[in-house]
Design a protein around this ligand. Structure first.
Ligand code: HSE
Length: 404
């Protein structure tokens, strides 16, 4: 028998208990022995839940119990989740997690502590909800030089943008639905302002490039300024607006950024709607592969947590299966102003011809003029260049959105 403890009985924690119970027979076959959920740590009591009797309020009950060899951390937030993870690893217990905040901020340290203590730290559920992406990067694509990753990495914002696009629904109304459906973070500012996607982007950058980047330092723009007018304009031009996490190498440095982007009709990410995520990995040997599926929600995320649990349990006490994800050398970070792409630019002007724009920007593509707004898509140019050109024009800027 192998004994497991769950830290947190919220959306993902209760989902994980459900997966381990509902699919007990197939899970135990894969693990090779009976699996017992011994404790569930939460501040609350759950008298109406079939798992209510397993709830404990004191973390020491778990960390001091030598029978518990594997722990799933699904508390969210940095503290005390990081502190509990560290204590479990030091006590010789493997930990799996869905907590992207902890992985992005403390993953390097926790992976080293896991290794020192002969146990594993796995985090498949930290990126892309139910989509397998961490394990494929670590194993199936291991022979490749990854050149770029771009993806829709946040289910809440994709759900909001999709409903704004298809129903013209208001931002606030749809955000409430995303919270009710268990997609959004406890503080949804992390979703809508892009920080959740930034955390996932740096986790992917570490897996792909072996470099750790502080998620709080990358260019990060959320979707709070996107309007239904932007969505309609993008659609007329043949694009969909998506919040995109992007990382690549630029002259030996790592570029990582999160921002809304216009995704063209022909790009496989264009059709990724609702709570679904889509992650495109470009690598030298395989070419381009796309990972697609539910990016948030109770059972999809629990499915990824349970997959890691099975992997760890099947290897306990046989060995360490955590990835080695970063080199000792710190990452050299590329200046986002060097990033080159096309840009949608919308100016507030009643000058329908806007004749001099062509001279300033060179080619203007997909030109639109409606109700005092002159919109177009630029040729490829760096962030620095487009900002300088916009400043030189003299018309008030309504919006600039990068094109993927
Ligand atoms: N709030 C996150 C999202 C949950 O919407 O993608 C999954 O990480």
């Amino acid at each position: 028998m192998i004994h497991v403890a769950l830290l947190g009985f919220g959306v993902v924690g209760s989902g994980t208990a459900e997966v381990l119970t509902q699919n007990k027979a197939i899970i135990e076959k894969k693990v090779g022995r009976p699996v017992n959920i011994k404790y569930i740590l939460d501040l609350r009591d759950f008298p109406d839940s079939p798992f209510g009797g397993l709830v404990v309020h004191d973390f020491n009950t778990i960390v001091n119990d030598p029978e518990v060899s594997v722990v799933a951390e699904m508390m969210g937030g940095s503290h005390p989740a990081y502190d509990f993870t560290l204590a479990c690893l030091k006590a010789g217990k493997s930990v799996v997690t869905s907590n992207k905040e902890v992985v992005a901020n403390f993953g390097t340290e926790l992976l080293a502590v896991a290794r020192e203590n002969g146990v594993s730290y796995l985090f498949e559920a930290s990126v892309g909800g139910g989509i397998p992406i961490i394990r494929p990067l670590r194993e199936d694509l291991a022979s490749n030089n990854v050149t770029a990753i771009s993806g829709i990495l946040n289910g809440t914002t994709n759900y909001i943008l999709t409903r704004m696009d298809t129903e013209g629904a208001s931002f606030d109304e749809v955000l409430k639905d995303a919270q009710r459906l268990g997609y959004a973070e406890a503080n949804p500012a992390a979703d809508v302002e892009g920080l959740d996607a930034a955390r996932k982007t740096v986790i992917l950058a570490a897996m792909a490039f072996g470099k750790r980047i502080d998620p709080n330092t990358i260019l990060c723009e959320g979707i709070t300024k996107i309007t239904t007018a932007d969505s309609e304009l993008a659609k007329e031009m043949g694009y969909a607006i998506k919040l995109i996490g992007y990382t690549t190498r630029v002259e030996g440095k790592i570029l990582a950024m999160v921002s809304p982007r216009l995704v063209p009709l022909g790009n496989p990410i264009h059709g990724v709607n609702g709570v679904f995520n889509g992650i495109l990995v470009t690598a030298d040997m395989v070419g381009q592969v796309m990972f697609y599926g539910p990016g948030a929600g109770k059972l999809p995320t629990a499915s990824a947590v349970a997959g890691d649990l099975i992997d760890v349990m099947a290897h306990t006490p046989a060995g360490i299966i955590s990835p080695v994800w970063v080199d000792a050398e710190p990452a050299e970070i590329a200046d986002p102003d060097t990033h080159v792409c096309r840009h949608l630019v919308v100016f507030d002007t009643s000058d329908e011809s806007a004749g001099h724009l062509k001279t300033v920007f060179g080619g203007l593509n997909a030109v639109h003029y409606t109700e005092g707004r002159f919109s177009f898509i630029t040729e490829e140019m760096s962030e620095g260049e487009v900002k300088a050109k916009i400043a030189s024009v003299g018309y008030p800027l309504v919006t600039r959105i990068r094109v993927l």
